[in-house]
Design a protein around this ligand. Sequence first.
Ligand code: ATR
Length: 286
Amino acid sequence: MPNLAVIGHPVAHSRSPAMQTAALSGLGLAGEWSYGALDVAPADFEAILAELAAAGEYAGVNVTVPHKEAALAMADEATEAARAIGAANTLSFRDGLIVAANTDAGGLLRSLPESLAVSRDMGNGEPDGMRRALVLGAGGAARAAIWALATGEEPDGPQWIPPFAVDVWNRTAERAEGVAAELAAEPVADPTAADYALIVNTTAVGLAGEDPFEHLPLGAESFRPGQVVVDMVYGEEPSPLLAAAAAAGATTVDGLEMLVQQGALSLQIWTGEEPSIEAMRSAVRL
Ligand code: ATR
């Protein structure tokens, strides 16, 4: 029976087991596959991962905070996205080898609303000039977002997301400069929110109930209709950032939608099947 799990520290709060179990049930695979959670301290990560990969009972794992960089370092093979981002959230065990992918990048692109996609049909293709995106933060989540947005979605469907010109703001400016130089983005010290088609908050601001407008270079009044605002922070209620964006007429995407989309891409890598996004959404929003 192929097992799957999310490995993190701590991991008890993770919604991935409920979400992935619902997805497996929807695919009719719940009897065959299982998805659990493994709390592994950083000091034990390497040994436990090597054991899981060698034992043959696990098909793969999702990896979350704080192990995503270590997961890539342990991999025998890795996708271009995982290498560019410098972190992996999805590992597959194949014949004792560890194969790394990063579905946070694709998950972000898939969570974006249709208003940001363009048709690949003749005529109504590329928007005039590159649209601009602002990424707030310079940690691991920011790297995945910057890479995804600067790369765009692989154009294999009728609709696709063309690459954005990406600006990066971070509280510690030097980190924004370093990440931007590495990932084809531009550092920005004092962004004007209205300039951006898309704003993505990857910082931890809001997680502990902080006022985002005190800590981020945005005002509650800075959003506009037609804009898309993504906040990776999630909780029971819409974050104050998303509440302000919605009140100004912007389209909002929360961290749970990203969790669902990255999880669906991971499950597709392991099982080869496309799970029901609706089943996964209802499992995480319970
Ligand atoms: P992750 O891998 O989840 O992105 P991380 O590497 O710890 O986590 O990064 C956290 C991000 O949130 C950083 O960009 C951090 O800014 P600094 O580089 O200046 O530390 C940002 N962050 C955390 N608390 C913040 C706050 N109160 N105000 C602004 N940014 C904050």
